[in-house]
Design a protein around this ligand. Sequence first.
Ligand SMILES: NC(=O)c1ccc[n+]([C@@H]2O[C@H](COP(=O)([O-])OP(=O)(O)OC[C@H]3O[C@@H](n4cnc5c(N)ncnc54)[C@H](O)[C@@H]3O)[C@@H](O)[C@H]2O)c1
Length: 255
Amino acid sequence: MNRVQVATKSKVYDVCIKAGLRHLIGDAVKKVTEPVSSVLVITDTDVAPLYLDDVVLSFKNEYPVYTEVIQSGEASKSFSVYEQVMTKALESSLDRKSLIIALGGGVVGDLAGFVAATYMRGIRFIQVPTTLLAHDSSVGGKVAINHPLGKNMVGSFHQPESVLYDTEMLYSLPVKEWRSGFAEVMKHGFIRDLSFLNWLQEIKVIEEMPIEQLNTLLEKSISIKAEIVTVDEKESGIRAHLNFGHTLGHAIESD
Ligand SMILES: NC(=O)c1ccc[n+]([C@@H]2O[C@H](COP(=O)([O-])OP(=O)(O)OC[C@H]3O[C@@H](n4cnc5c(N)ncnc54)[C@H](O)[C@@H]3O)[C@@H](O)[C@H]2O)c1
């Protein structure tokens, strides 16, 4: 298991990176947080058919496990989908001891994290990232939905109890998602570590990378993010470096 500690002022937690971890989420939950009363797993329509059953089965019927599947894609970071998930949480009678699991990429992580930050004024959640990009979005506690007038404009800082990263799941990603995520890995090299950046430039086909190498890459890239959010959790200074390239990127995407 590769492991990175994230030590923010509000919470200290681990990012655990391991092939096959999705089958062990139920056991891992017991190790990383206080006992829970029930669980709501939030995922999307692309991820659900691939991995939702594995995660639900990992809880071995020890407590009620509810699921909510949102439409995949950025459009789901919206007020209407936020309301849909909140309704599911209320109908499932989640209480202050309930736990939300965000099983998916950055869209699911940001939305589910914001639901966790605001349901009953804040309950615990665990990030289970399934994209390469989500090695960035699942760490550091920024959670948000979009407003028609701006991306990520409605959100909060709410740290997860843990990030449980099963790298096996990345191998079902479309090539374009590997590339999108790799850009965030390169970003960490650019802003912090030239030797890491040089090592990355030697990788020929990212989506064919052996899993051991992928685990090492993620550990290194997440360590860089962890170092930054440890000293500046709420982006009052150096955390802004993590936005490297984003202003221009968002402008190109919205064109
Ligand atoms: N909170 C933060 O700090 C932070 C940082 C960076 C980005 N973000 C946010 O992250 C979001 C983008 O995240 P993303 O790139 O992961 O997009 P995404 O969550 O939309 O995932 C991309 C696509 O891949 C599919 N998918 C996910 N996992 C899969 C798997 N294992 N196999 C097959 N298909 C899979 C998804 O269903 C989706 O269609 C944006 O909304 C962005 O604002 C947040």
